[in-house]
Design a protein around this ligand. Structure first.
Ligand SMILES: Cc1cc2nc3c(=O)[nH]c(=O)nc-3n(C[C@H](O)[C@H](O)[C@H](O)COP(=O)(O)O)c2cc1C
Length: 271
């Protein structure tokens, strides 16, 4: 197989990265050392440069599911990718609630850019809002499925079995963004909810450098200068546990998710 394998992913808390890297590593190993390139678009600086893929490329593209869809903060960037005849594998990673229409949306976006989508998968990652929902996933069992999936992809590419369009789960027209409800059953909008900072903050600035929206103020990391997408990076990665949310509806939603979706879901593969 004369191909270059690339991963392109957004991953605020690392679960999407683990899934797509696992797929990529295994495809490359099957191809006995095919060249591999990793394109991480999690930080704003990495979403500045547009990229180009040709018929020599196989690109594994991974995004987390936000509100049942592809994160809308990534749409401009994904739409700026230039493609001429490249193959793609569409991957979404969700926090054990549901991936709703994220995978079909990602497949459609990639096809509209000119990719030939030859395989797709929905995987489970620890939920961005929680340290218990889908805790530590993707885990060993997931990685075994990922390895098997990569083997099938490799076989499909080697045998050039890539003629028909790929069917994935999802509904068209896509359902609108999933909206959580408050205790009165009324839809709530978390866009204005922002992380707070407690006295454990050591001003190490890690959160400033890892915020995918570049929103945390360098001089005063308790201040926010832009939007917060509730990605969980500053909360989960702070070495001093200094970041937290206190919004009542957000915390209620988090708890509800942990209770209602505690049953383990399994990866779904389309190939
Ligand atoms: C704003 C937001 C919305 C989310 N919406 C969903 C959802 O609709 N369904 C779900 O199961 N998980 C949802 N999640 C959880 C993430 O999809 C999941 O935790 C994923 O593994 C995070 O990927 P990352 O570790 O690469 O950042 C959401 C997370 C965030 C931040």
């Amino acid at each position: 197989m004369n191909k270059k394998i690339s991963t392109l992913y957004f991953s605020a808390t690392g679960t999407t990265e683990k899934v797509v890297s696992g797929i990529t590593r295994k495809i490359a190993a099957n191809g006995e050392g095919l060249p591999v390139q990793s394109i991480n678009i999690t930080l704003p600086k990495d979403r500045k440069e547009s990229i180009f893929f040709t018929e020599k490329d196989v690109v594994i593209i991974g995004v987390p599911v936000y509100a049942g869809r592809v994160p809308n903060v990534l749409l401009n960037y994904i739409n700026s990718i230039n493609v001429s005849g490249a193959l793609a594998i569409a991957v979404v990673v969700y926090g054990n609630r549901n991936y709703d229409d994220a995978l079909i949306e990602l497949r459609d976006i990639l096809e509209s850019k000119g990719f030939k989508v030859i395989a797709a998968g929905a995987f489970i990652g620890e939920h961005s809002f929680s340290k218990v929902l889908a805790k530590n996933r993707p885990d060993e069992e997931d990685m075994a499925v990922i390895s098997q999936f990569a083997n099938e992809i490799y076989r499909k590419i080697s045998k050039k079995e890539i003629s028909k369009a790929l069917t994935v789960k999802g509904i068209k027209p896509y359902r609108s963004y999933y909206r959580p409800k408050n205790k009165e059953g009324i839809s709530v909008d978390f866009r204005k909810v922002t992380p707070k900072t407690n006295h454990h903050c050591t001003d190490c600035k890690l959160c400033v450098h890892i915020c995918p929206m570049g929103s945390i103020d360098l001089e005063d990391p308790s201040k926010l200068n832009g939007i917060c997408v509730k990605c969980g990076a500053c909360i989960k990665k702070c070495p001093a546990q200094a970041k937290y949310y206190e919004d009542e509806d957000y915390l209620r939603h988090k708890q509800e998710l942990e209770i209602d979706f505690s049953e383990r879901k399994e990866p779904e593969l389309f190939i």
